[in-house]
Write a protein that binds this ligand. Structure first.
Ligand SMILES: Cc1cc2nc3c(=O)[nH]c(=O)nc-3n(C[C@H](O)[C@H](O)[C@H](O)COP(=O)(O)O)c2cc1C
Length: 195
């Protein structure tokens, strides 16, 4: 069965380093038969500035965000695919706000029973991939921490491609070996065994 991969691309630059990494990864994954969808989170139409902590999702039978905007079907798709890729530039040692805006609304993909101390999520067993680039060589480890911890907490496998010294938007295209690395990761993820 071919893998379903959803990529959340979180840079405001349409042809920058993040977009380039995403395109290379997608090319590799598609070459191994994966079905890949790329969502540029900066260009979705939102009805909220992020998760509003309304917790209405916790009362629903299914796993969906109650905010009815363009992020909603993207979140629903996250619950269905095999692999979720999050791609971001390093912004002040963290993820871009454009990615975080969707990331926090993943709250709707969990159900917590605080009394029983249990958590359920359809994300369990999937793979989370982080791709990120930075101008300098400091901070990508800090950026990756919340993604790695989220994967662990959720019961997801985790992989990452972190590119320091990537330059400004577009420069990554001139970085030797990067295209191959990103394509290889896409191929590897597309071919990995399901549990
Ligand atoms: C708002 C903003 C904050 C940034 N913060 C950092 C940073 O803390 N460290 C760093 O090395 N680069 C930083 N950068 C540079 C970008 O992370 C880097 O150029 C990245 O590869 C750009 O990706 P893009 O072309 O997809 O936007 C910042 C850039 C912007 C616009």
């Amino acid at each position: 069965m071919n893998k379903e991969i959803l990529i959340l691309s979180g840079s405001p630059k349409k042809d920058g380093n993040t977009a380039t990494l995403v395109d290379w990864f997608a090319e590799g994954a598609r070459s191994k038969g994966a079905r890949v969808e790329i969502v540029r989170t900066a260009f979705l139409k939102y009805k909220s500035s992020g998760c509003t902590s309304c917790r209405a999702c916790q009362k629903l039978a299914g796993y969906e965000c109650v905010i009815n905007d363009e992020a909603r079907p993207v979140l629903a798709k996250m619950a269905k695919v095999d692999v979720i890729v999050m791609a971001t530039p390093l912004y002040f040692f963290g993820a871009s706000a454009q990615l975080k805006r969707v990331f926090d609304r993943m709250f709707s993909l969990y159900k917590w029973d605080n009394k029983a101390g249990t958590m359920q999520t359809p994300l369990k067993g999937k793979t989370l991939v982080l791709m990120a680039s930075a101008f300098e060589d400091v901070g990508l480890d800090a950026l990756s921490k919340p993604f790695a911890l989220t994967a662990k907490y959720t019961g997801m496998k985790f992989a990452s491609l972190l590119v320091p010294n990537a330059g400004v938007s577009g420069d990554i295209k001139n970085k030797p070996g990067m295209r191959r690395k990103a394509m290889e990761l896409g191929k590897k993820v597309a071919q990995a065994q399901r549990k």
